[in-house]
Design a binder for this molecule. Structure first.
Ligand code: TNX
Length: 519
């Protein structure tokens, strides 16, 4: 016992010793430049020599409304530094400090980060902006900040100012829980990683032919039998309402809004296995574990269909504080064109009835009811007259061109997992397009943002998710956040190369693309 106490004391002393032993007047070369941040900030003004040093005496100070953000930041900084980093009220005097301050301009998500020798200040008009500022601050510390164990080194931050705000309001990632179920812990781990790049929406593809992954109380058999087998029978599972709500809360604490998707009128085989009355002939189809698409359809002429759809939308809307509810609508090849429009004319307004903005794959724009909806473009062409006409009528667009933003596609022919129907997508391809000019007749301000969908036909575990998402997810995130004027492959690839060791330190299984010079 006594030994234990002594060794604890020695360890504590050892932690503070290097501070005295190696006084730093200038930042060592390992302190990242202010311009190294991903996604590239709107404006960077270095102040050479005005280095801040995080020490055992540093406190994090925040007004009450920013306290949770300050506590998360302190939790993230403690493992590698070993410092106490107490979170204190903003009013307490004393230095040195990381100070989170509310007020000023920059919109809901913008922030100003100022580094002087005495203090790091993040100032924002709203908590979301403060949170974004903390994501930037993590990248300004030496990469060892991502170590899970204490690293003894100088924790310097280069002086200067970053003024930052997003290009687009919607910066999304999508995870397919239907083809392969991913546990709440895996979803949360993905949220942690995407929010580092200021991604602010996570779209969950909750239903498809191979599985139904969200409990619906009025149709309980949807999730009996673990919600369906998944591809190759390897992906069963579903979220209870409590688990879904817990994910929503976890995401909200990281300023990520969950967008739930129930895909219809196609991609419904799993629902029809559970409820044969959702087919036109009333016969239950067999469960499916293959990766075919486009063979199932709800029965468009049946009132049972609309009772089902309304129950699902009502229950999902009640669970979802975010503004969007995604109703799928893609690849409805087993639904006639006329039936498809009939269905969407009825279902898109239902979403509004339950207080949400309707959101769907770009096919929904075949219905005039899509004028007040958001359409997600997933094509591989650079023209889509139906979508362009809808945009002229008011439809907003999230850009996910499959040959650029589909991060379930292989990087190259040797990639062990992933599909390739939209082509091989190396990181330079994922980065090499402009959301505002990619599609004819679909420009800002109709474009509200970008999203990187991750379909899970070939995914099994979190390593698979990470391998396909990183480094392409940050490429899409930068297209969504950074001003078009900052777009530059040489800069982006250099910043990625410097970022790689952080993923390694966090145990993230990223793809070391040969296009990037990894440090
Ligand atoms: C197309 S894209 C689909 C999905 C597949 C994906 C695989 C879209 C809206 N539908 O059903 O999972 O390709 O890449």
């Amino acid at each position: 016992m006594a030994n234990h106490v002594i060794s604890r004391a020695l360890a504590a002393a050892a932690l503070t010793l290097p501070l005295v032993a190696t006084p730093a007047t200038a930042a060592p070369p390992q302190a990242p430049a202010l311009s190294s941040v991903i996604p590239a900030p709107a404006q960077v003004t270095p102040a050479p020599g005005a280095t801040f040093r995080l020490t055992a005496l540093t406190a994090v100070k925040a007004a009450p409304a920013a306290r949770k953000i300050a506590e998360q930041l302190a939790r993230e900084l403690r493992p590698a530094t070993g410092y106490a980093l107490p979170v204190l009220p903003a009013t307490l005097p004393g230095l040195p400090t990381i100070s989170l301050q509310l007020g000023g301009t920059g919109g809901r998500e913008g922030y100003t980060l100022t580094v002087t020798p005495k203090q790091v200040t993040i100032r924002a008009a709203a908590p979301a902006g403060l949170y974004n500022g903390t994501r930037t601050l993590l990248q300004l510390l030496p990469k060892e900040i991502d170590s899970r164990t204490v690293v003894r080194r100088a924790w310097t931050i280069n002086g200067g100012t970053i003024k930052d705000l997003p290009r687009y309001a919607y910066r999304g990632a999508m995870l397919d829980l239907a083809r392969h179920f991913h546990t709440p812990a895996e979803v949360k781990a993905y949220i942690d990683e995407i929010s580092r790049f200021k991604v602010n929406y996570l779209h969950l593809h909750l239903t498809d032919d191979q599985g139904w992954r969200i409990r619906i109380d009025s149709w309980p058999r949807l999730t009996a039998g673990d919600g369906g087998p998944g591809v190759d029978g390897e992906g069963p599972g579903f979220l209870t309402k409590a688990e879904y709500s817990d994910i929503v809360r976890y995401a909200a604490a990281r300023y990520v809004t969950i967008v739930p998707e129930v895909d219809m009128p196609g991609h419904v085989n799993a629902a029809q296995v559970a409820y044969p009355e959702l087919t036109c002939d009333g016969v239950a189809p067999p469960p499916r574990t293959d990766t075919e698409v486009g063979y199932s359809s709800l029965c468009i002429s049946s009132e049972t269909t609309y009772r089902f759809v309304e129950d699902v939308i009502r229950e999902l809307a009640a669970l979802t504080p975010g503004p969007y509810l995604h109703i799928g609508g893609d690849e409805a090849h087993a639904t006639s064109e006329a039936d498809y429009v009939t269905f969407q004319n009825r279902v898109l307004p239902l979403v509004k009835k339950y207080g949400k903005t309707a959101y769907g794959w770009n096919e929904i724009t075949k219905s005039p009811a899509a004028a007040t909806a958001v359409a997600q473009f997933w094509g591989t062409t650079t023209t889509n007259p139906t979508l362009a006409a809808a945009v002229a009528n008011g439809t907003k667009v999230v850009m996910s061109p499959a040959n650029k933003a589909y991060i379930d596609q292989k990087y190259d022919p040797s990639t062990p997992i992933g599909l390739s129907w939209a082509g091989y997508i190396e990181v330079r391809d994922a980065y090499g397009w402009d959301p505002a000019t990619h599609l004819a007749g679909v420009t800002d301000p109709a474009v509200i943002g970008v999203e990187a969908p991750l379909w899970s036909e070939t995914l099994r575990d979190l390593d698979d998710i990470e391998f396909l998402a990183f480094p392409r997810l940050p490429a899409i995130a930068e297209l969504g956040w950074s001003p078009a004027a900052t777009h530059d492959w040489d800069s982006f690839s250099a910043r990625l190369g410097a970022y790689g060791p952080r993923w390694t330190l966090r145990g993230i299984d990223f793809y070391p693309s040969p296009q990037v010079d990894w440090q």
